[in-house]
Design a protein. Structure first.
Length: 739
């Protein structure tokens, strides 16, 4: 049975060694809670580092066995790997860059190499467990290369990736020397998820500018497959936090803490020690608040819980010193014999203590400079059973997109933070309740279980969508069936796209002149009286006439603007529909005026506004505007607006290759139809074909064609093979006719 494999840098347990004994401590993180219900089902498994360096083979074996019982599989990392992969590249290169602290980022080739090696190590661990139809869910920035490594080894697997930290703007991401490799790594996924739309937008923009892949509605079309990028704001286990806040034990602790503080009002802040969390700015704001509002002296205390984190990394050591110094200075300046403005704890506490702090706090002060989501603010909201309390939240946290009822602040604006503190500490209870209720409604609904199911549903949807657009390779068995159908048909129609299906693309279009072999193939194919051969192209008719005009074939040129039947010569429908161009050209020129780098291309049958040289965001913005504008006009006319790759094209509705091919289908008998094409324009041909037709796309990109071949050489080989049958058939057919 297909299973789910979860992969993250850390397992949801922490391995500890006490007096030679190996012990596992369960992690209380949001991810562990959210996925806890599914990773223990059936054969599902969670793969990751157990949080301790274990070197001896015997001990490793013991850890493997113990974890197996809990549906976990460890990846053992060495001391050096922890230093270079985890503390180094993950936390000194990616973390600062992704949180807009690129001035702290270290660019070190050795750290990168270890990052690659450890991602490969994770890949081996997953491959050892995975079957082709399994689903693999990879988590976070330590494993950005893993999706592609897995895709190489397990091409058919379903791979989801979720990034828990922000994805920075292209201008910041591009600073990384390994930016291309990192993006390529992520694109091995079928679904890439972020907390917010902004992260998703930044990622798509980097993919576009660095790798050159465009996107439409979150879909990135690689040459061989498509993947989806979407946002999934992560929630918390609401029932767990609101439930524990309601227990007697938590009420008892909250009361004790409260009694021990002389201040009437308590502000809480809880974070890992990290420069992204904005701790110094928060302290600066408190200091200014006490200076500006002396009436609060003795009346308000900030309980600041800072959880030790990454203390081996230099920047974190510096931050610790800075925070210690600031707390000392502010307390030294304002404390009196009974009261301290700040109660500072540098350690971690059990969940009950955390909950008691949430329960007793009048205000939660959450002020990150950047945060992917921030769960602490959601936990505070869930813990407020009586619906009082005020949340001050940085707009730089992903959570601010959902919690618009909080007092939103910019953590760089100290004055705004000071005024927000005043507002929060003096807010009437009724007003507090209105906001708190609204926030609770939101996070109750969008909880961690909702998040998991949204991601998994979307991943299944992507797979179904990919399959519906997938073509199967035209193998030997299908070829035999096709040959049989060809042989038994009394009339046959061939639609053969010239560029990409009969000949390879060249840098210069006029270099793609047909070879003698191709001319010979087309001659032989069209010399059978049962066959009608139509070569289809976007090229100009004069070009096609020059190259193929002497053959006994029909031709569709310029997407169907011109058609040539051997019997009647070239005909066009162009005159019917040229008068629209003047009006549309005026509109496109307006967009060229407003959009530096864009330009208009005029074709016989269409006008195209190109924006591939325009600054990325601007081009997309104008294109959306233009498409709306044109669609409004086109609704009363016979025009079609195509929102293409970096271009918006307007053409007469009746012009496309599909319409042109329909003409032959209606005019000529066809017991056998074969259509071969290669690009998006040829999809119109495939769509126009009868259900019984053999439709073949060159290349295995997504298509409505039934089959694909890899190269145009294969397509030509297939046609030659059919002709071998044809000559045998002509010999026997002759005998049949005379017989
Ligand atoms: C990353 C992203 C994103 C804290 N102290 C104690 C303790 N905690 C728990 C909190 C909360 C968690 O740790 C911290 O989560 P955050 O979301 O606030 O921050 P990160 O650790 O940086 O997490 C972040 C998250 O991933 C999820 O995608 O939201 O943006 O940076 O749950 O309660 N728990 C206990 N004792 C403590 O002392 N038991």
């Amino acid at each position: 049975m297909a299973k789910l494999i979860i992969v993250s840098n850390r397992l949801p347990v922490k391995l500890q060694e006490k007096e030679g004994e190996l012990l596992f401590k369960a992690s209380e993180g949001g991810l562990a809670t959210g996925l806890g219900s599914i990773y223990k089902e059936g054969d599902n498994v969670w793969i990751g580092w157990p949080g301790l360096v274990v070197e001896e083979a015997e001990k490793q074996q013991k850890v493997v066995e113990d974890l197996k019982k809990e549906s976990m599989q460890p990846v053992f990392l060495t001391e050096t790997e922890i230093k270079e992969f985890y503390e180094g590249f993950s936390n000194e290169t990616l973390w600062p860059t992704f949180h807009y602290f690129s001035q702290y980022a270290v660019y070190d080739q050795k750290l990168w190499e270890t990052y690659v090696e450890v991602n490969q190590k994770f890949c081996e661990a997953v491959v050892a467990q995975a079957e082709p139809d399994d689903t693999i869910w990879v988590h976070d920035y330590q494993l950005l290369l893993l999706p592609s490594l897995l895709r190489e080894k397990l091409p058919d697997c379903t791979i989801g990736f979720f990034q828990h930290i922000p994805f920075p703007s292209y201008e910041v991401f591009r600073l990384l020397p390994w930016r291309k490799e990192l993006l390529e790594g992520m694109l091995g996924s079928d679904l890439v998820g972020f907390h917010t739309y902004d992260d998703m937008r930044h990622f798509l923009s980097s993919v576009n500018r660095i790798l050159g892949y465009g996107s439409m509605h979150g879909w990135i079309n690689l040459n061989s497959r498509s993947l989806l990028v979407d946002s999934f704001p992560m929630g918390i286990d609401y029932d767990k936090y609101s439930g524990i806040a309601d227990t007697e034990e938590v009420a008892r602790r909250a009361q004790i803490y409260r009694n021990n503080l002389v201040a009437e009002k308590v502000i809480i802040s809880i974070d890992r020690l990290d420069y992204s969390k904005g701790i110094p700015k928060r302290l600066e704001a408190l200091e200014k608040f006490l200076e500006k509002y002396p009436e609060f002296h003795g009346k308000v205390t900030l309980v600041m819980l800072v959880v030790p984190s990454r203390d081996e990394v230099e920047k974190y050591k510096e931050l610790k010193e800075e925070v210690d110094e600031m707390v000392g200075r502010i307390n030294g300046k304002y404390s009196d014999i009974n009261w301290n403005p700040i109660q500072y704890f540098y350690r971690s506490y059990p969940l009950e203590t955390l909950s008691a702090l949430y329960v007793m706090a009048d205000v939660a002060l959450v002020t990150p400079m950047r945060d992917g989501m921030n769960l602490v603010c959601k936990e505070y909201v869930a813990s407020r059973k009586d619906q009082t309390g005020v949340l001050i939240l940085s707009e730089m946290a992903g959570a601010s997109k959902e919690l618009s009822d909080a007092i939103l602040i910019n953590p760089n604006d100290i004055n705004q933070m000071v005024e927000s503190l005043y507002k929060a500490l003096t807010m009437p209870v009724e007003e507090q309740k209105v906001h708190m209720k609204s926030m609770q409604d939101t996070i109750k609904r969008y909880n961690i279980h909702h998040w998991v199911s949204m991601f998994m549903d979307r991943l299944s949807y992507v797979k179904i969508k990919q399959l519906s657009m997938a073509t199967s390779y035209l193998d030997q068995a299908t070829f035999q069936e096709l040959t049989h159908s060809y042989e038994s048909a009394s009339s046959r129609l061939f639609f053969l796209e010239y560029d990409g299906a009969l000949v390879d693309y060249t840098n210069k279009p006029l270099m793609a002149r047909p070879s003698d072999d191709l001319i010979d193939l087309l001659q032989r194919l069209s010399s059978n009286p049962k066959n009608k051969v139509v070569v289809v192209s976007s090229r100009e008719k004069d070009n096609m006439e020059d190259w193929l005009g002497h053959l006994n074939i029909d031709i569709i040129a310029e997407h169907g603007v011109w058609i040539k039947q051997k019997s009647t010569g070239w005909q066009t429908v162009l005159s019917l529909m040229d008068d629209w161009k003047n009006d549309i050209r005026l509109i496109l020129e307006l967009y060229v005026d407003r959009t530096p780098g864009s330009f208009i291309e005029e074709k016989d049958y269409s006008l195209v506004w190109h924006y591939r040289k325009v600054e990325t965001g601007l081009g997309d913005l104008r294109a959306r505007e233009l498409v709306n504008h044109l669609n409004f006009l086109a609704s009363n006319s016979n025009l079609q607006v195509l929102d293409g790759q970096m271009a918006v094209e307007v053409k007469a509705q009746e012009i496309n290759k599909g319409k042109a091919t329909s003409y032959w289908l209606s005019k000529y008998p066809h017991k056998f139809v074969l259509a071969i094409g290669d690009d998006w324009g040829d999809e119109d041909i495939f769509k126009a074909m009868p259900r019984t037709a053999y439709t073949v796309k060159i290349g295995n990109g997504q298509s409505v064609a039934k089959y694909h071949l890899d190269t145009c050489q294969e397509a030509r080989w297939m046609l030659s093979k059919l002709l071998q049958h044809s000559s045998a058939e002509q010999a026997t057919g002759g005998a049949m006719m005379t017989g």
